[in-house]
Structures are given as C-alpha cells and as structure tokens.
Write a protein that binds this ligand. Structure first.
Ligand code: PMP
Ligand code: GLU
Length: 399
C-alpha cells in the first residue's frame, strides 16, 4: 500500500524512553522476568484525595469542554502555587494547562520558534527536546557538559553557543537524564549571561522541582533580569504520581500564553476536564504525599549510587534530584558478549543488558551523548538491588 508520511514525521526520532519501555513490556508479556528501569515515572499510586476529587468531578458532571487554557479554578490554584512555593507573580491568564508538560513544552516551542531559529539545548537532555525543536523546523544547538562537570553547562559555554539566530535556551533542573541540579548561584550566573541578550527566550522545564535532595528549589523565573521572557513548565506527573492523567502547564508572558492558547485551540482543545479537577485537588490539598514520595526517592538514590559505585569501571555522578542515574559506561564499549556479539555503542550495551541481564535501561545517545546509559530508579528497593546485581553480572561477562 502506498504511504504518505510527511517529511516532518519521517525526520522525527521515535521516543527512546517510550520505545524501550514498550520493548520491556513485550518481553514481560512473553514471560521474561524483566526489571524496567527505562521509562521515568513514579511507581506510586496517585494519592487517595486526588483520586476522590476525580470521582467527584465525574459525579458532578465535569464532562463538558473546558476553557482551552484550563478551568479558571485550576489556573488560580497554579498561580497560587507559583506564588507560595516559588515567589513568582503570575496572573491565572498567564497560565495554559495542557496534556502534560510534554504538550506544554511543544506548544511553547511551536508558538515561538520559526524555521531556522536556533534553540540552545544543554546536553545530556531529555529525548523530546531536540525532536520538538525539529518539529518547529528550528535548529537544535547542543551544548554538551561532561560527567566531570556534573553535566552542568557553565556561563562561558552558554555564551559561546549564542549567535544572532538564537531564539531560545532550554534548561532542565533537576535534570532528566542526569539528576543534576543547578544551584541558585549557578542559575544566577546563567541568568546574568542571558540578561545581556534580551531577544532570547528561556524555557525552564521545572517538572522535577519536588524531587530534589538539596533543600530549596530555585525557579529560573525568579531572576528579575530575565523573568519577563522566561517560561516555566511544570505539571502534576512527577510530584503527585500522576503520569497517566496528563496535566501540565506553561506559565508565560501574557502575549505568549495567548499564542499558546490559540495554537492549542486548533489541535487539542483542553486537557481532560476530570484530570483538571484532580490536578486542582493536588495543588490545593495536603502536600504531605509529595514529601513522602520525595523521601522514598532520596533513599533509593542513595541505594542505587552505592550499588553502582561497586560495579567496576562505571563512572557515576551523585544526582541531587529527579530519579535517574546516568552512568558513564565507555569502559565496556569495544568488548564482546559471551555469544560473540561486539558491543560497539552504548545502544548495543543497553540492548545486551535487556536481552541478557533482563534489565531495561535507555541508551545515552537518545539524550545526545554516546557512552552512557540511563537508569530510572523510580522502583522498589528490591527491584533496584536485583537490577544492579543483574547489571553487574552481565557486565562482568563481557570480554
Ligand atoms: N520534561 C521532562 C524533563 C520529563 O522528564 C518529562 C517526563 N515525561 C516531561 C517533561 C513531560 O512530563 P508530562 O508530559 O508527563 O507532564
Ligand atoms: N519523562 C519520562 C522519561 O524520560 C517519561 C517518558 C517520556 O515521556 O519520555 O522516561
């Protein structure tokens, strides 16, 4: 049959995080005991009071289209959260609720990036950033930070990547895939550089704000010198264990919130009415659940780092947030598997760990750097122990 796939979609990469998770689910369905450390999502159930709010929303007939940008009550709750937790002043009209932070990011990129515009992306970066920029026909400009720098770009590196075509800089702290967190001083130093370039937008992905092991969080929008052109992305997926509900948002200058609303109005309308009512309960209810889950992630971070450091020739940083470990595995590239296959890349290694070790991870190349793999430790302590034992065993068998 003839197929007509657009150039736009042909040139997109498949989401490696979702693909690896799917592959692991397929192996599981065939009866293989796989431990899935690929996709990054909390393993906790959504807290009860949030589920109750969703059930109530159904009974109370919250079943109609909502405003494109989301219920005003939810946008007010988000504005209050941004004020109380982050000290940021946003009117509800500056907030647009979307189907996850993923759509919120894509909306902002599509609403601001013209063909040929450059978007600076510190690497390693989450798999979807580059692809979203490509969708907008923009030019992703990677700035790569190594493990020796704790994967954080310096102000000099950032400034070195700026050209007259730079339209936007994307930042993600705590970071997916490295778990690195920029300190307030480090963010301030980046903001000082950006203050010199008033035409550059700053897209700050703060979805892992609450999964932080260093104390207080600093939002990139809290620096007055760049606040009026910084866009905050956040949502309920990670903090409230609500990945499947699909609620995220952007908080943006009013002109951009309006443009994003226009765009979203033509291709997805509003985020689910029921999910919005659940998110409202998440923001207005008790925040104890967030702290309970954060503590569990912190304990697991300690466990996974301790076990990874016992594996010979793996280099690991000490992640300060999110729920990922991003070990450098290049010592194992160039080796051969027991059945004679050459490991020529971190992708081969991730495949070997899946097929032989039965642990699903994600190839670092999907995040823009070769020679690393990503492990999501948002799983039980027992799973973490067993997965790390399997990884150590599989790696020890490479010749
Ligand atoms: N940004 C980052 C860095 C992420 O890891 C994720 C996780 N999928 C998202 C955005 C999107 O989150 P969601 O669409 O589930 O809100
Ligand atoms: N953010 C998660 C991850 O990186 C979820 C999957 C995705 O949307 O990419 O694994």
């Amino acid at each position: 049959m003839m197929t007509h796939i657009s150039q736009r979609v042909q040139s997109l990469a498949v989401s490696a995080t979702l693909a690896m998770s799917q592959r692991s689910a397929e192996l599981k369905a065939r009866g293989v005991d796989v431990i899935n450390l690929s996709v990054g999502e909390p393993d906790f159930n959504t807290p009860e009071h949030i589920k109750e709010a969703a059930k109530r929303a159904i009974d109370e007939n919250y079943s109609f289209y909502t405003p494109v940008a989301g219920y005003m009550s939810l946008r007010k709750a988000i504005a209050a959260k941004l004020k109380d937790e982050n000290g940021l002043d946003y009117a509800p009209e500056q907030i647009v609720v979307s189907n996850g932070a993923k759509q919120a990011l894509c909306n902002v990129i599509l609403a601001t990036v013209n063909p040929g515009d450059e978007v600076i992306i510190p690497m390693p970066a989450w798999v979807s950033y580059v692809e979203m920029v490509k969708l907008a026909e923009g030019v992703p400009v990677p700035v790569v930070a190594t493990i020796e720098q704790d994967f954080k770009v310096t102000p000099e590196m950032l400034e070195g990547a700026i050209t007259p075509k730079t339209r936007m800089v994307m930042l993600c702290s705590p970071s997916n895939p490295t778990g690195s967190v920029y300190s307030r001083d480090e963010l301030k130093a980046l903001a000082d550089v950006l203050a010199k370039y008033p035409d550059i937008l700053v897209l700050a992905d703060e979805i892992y704000e609450h999964i932080l092991f260093t104390g207080s969080f600093t939002s990139m929008a809290s620096f007055p010198e760049i606040a009026d052109r910084t866009i905050v992305i956040n949502g309920v997926s990670k903090a409230y264990a609500m990945t499947g509900w699909r609620v995220g948002y952007c908080a943006a200058p009013l002109w951009l919130a309006k443009a994003v609303t226009k765009l979203q109005g033509q291709y997805s309308s509003n985020c689910s009415s029921i999910a919005q009512k659940a998110a409202e309960a998440a923001y207005t209810g008790s925040q104890e659940c967030v702290e309970e889950m954060r503590l569990a992630f912190e304990r697991r971070r300690d466990l996974v780092v301790e076990l990874a450091r016992q594996i010979p020739r793996l280099q690991v940083n000490y992640p300060q947030g999110a729920f990922y470990l991003f070990p450098e595995v290049s010592a194992y590239i160039g080796k051969t598997t027991p059945d004679g296959k050459a490991i020529t890349s971190s992708g081969d290694l991730a495949m070997y760990l899946l097929e032989t070790g039965h642990v699903a991870t994600v190839d670092g190349a999907a995040f823009g750097v070769e020679g690393y793999i990503r492990l999501s430790y948002a799983t039980s302590d027992d799973n973490i122990r067993e997965a790390m034992r399997r990884i150590a065993d599989a790696l020890s068998k490479l010749k």
